[in-house]
Design a protein around this ligand. Structure first.
Ligand SMILES: [Zn+2]
Length: 275
């Protein structure tokens, strides 16, 4: 009888060695406990998004004049390919630090495009929509793609609909060249490799990475487009909460925004590190 008891105890000991009692399971139970506690004390878990009323929907959609916005400053000529561009001052500060570090490694970073508000994005979009501004390979989108949804999808490979562009926020910049090929060999590759390895140290990330299983929707890869995440993360969070396809209007072809699903597929169709 005694030995039967000992056997039974041993059996119980070993049968307790289930996945549930592994160290990871214990940790995740602790996390669950923490989550329950925070719920009980009404403290939202860190990932819960909160509406920030200091950020207006008009700002998020680029419906403002950056020249008159106190957070925006002009980019000095030595950092830019042309005069007159602006950035959010915090993005500018971070870019200057990154530019200095890159220079020390023999890499010159030049801003080719920065803040574009709703109206300037509308100029780009409608130019492509009407065929006055050519899309890739010199094609006229209006004559090549007469069906509105197809035309919009073609333009969306590289250009945002007004009110949905990250360039509205003063956080995103296009650097050195507008083709991926440029960044795949020689000087361009050296620049891209430097950015991949170092830009995150300064807060800059590439939102439009290669498309695939990780990023099935959205704009094509853009090796030139970098975003200052400490700011743009706040704006994308507000977009998640407050933006919808019906708000995308006021330009030619905007009627296709809903059926395409621009908010889910394009605004949020970005590198997961930026979400
Ligand atoms: Zn860009």
């Amino acid at each position: 009888m005694k030995s039967l008891f000992a056997f039974f105890t041993l059996f119980l000991l070993f049968s307790c060695n289930e996945p549930n009692s592994s160290p990871t399971a214990i940790a995740s139970n602790a996390e669950k406990k923490q989550f329950t506690t925070s719920k009980e004390t009404n403290t939202p878990p860190a990932e819960t998004l909160v509406m920030d009323s200091t950020i207006t929907l008009d700002f998020l959609m680029g419906k403002f004049n950056p020249n008159k916005h106190s957070d925006f400053i002009p980019i000095e000529n030595k950092y830019a390919s042309r005069a007159g561009m602006l950035l959010h001052k915090k993005t500018m500060e971070a870019f200057i630090k990154m530019h200095t570090a890159a220079k020390q490694d023999g890499v010159n970073l030049v801003i080719k495009s920065a803040t574009r508000n709703f109206n300037s994005q509308k100029g780009i979009w409608e130019g492509k929509w009407n065929g006055t501004r050519k899309i890739e390979n010199g094609k006229n989108a209006k004559t090549t793609y007469p069906i509105p949804k197809e035309r919009a999808l073609k333009i969306l490979e590289y250009s945002s609909m007004p009110s949905t562009s990250r360039h509205h926020w003063g956080t995103d910049i296009d650097i050195n060249n507008f083709t991926n090929e440029y960044f795949e060999k020689g000087k361009g590759k050296k620049e891209y490799d430097w950015l991949k390895n170092n830009a995150p140290t300064f807060g800059f990330y590439q939102p439009y990475t290669k498309k695939g299983a990780e990023r099935p929707h959205g704009y094509n890869e853009e090796k030139w487009h970098w975003s200052y995440l400490p700011l743009s993360k706040k704006y994308i969070d507000q977009m998640k909460l407050r933006m919808n396809n019906d708000l995308v209007k006021g330009f030619k072809g905007s009627e296709t925004a809903g059926e395409i699903g621009v908010v889910g597929k394009y605004i949020l169709g970005i590198n997961h590190e930026c979400l």
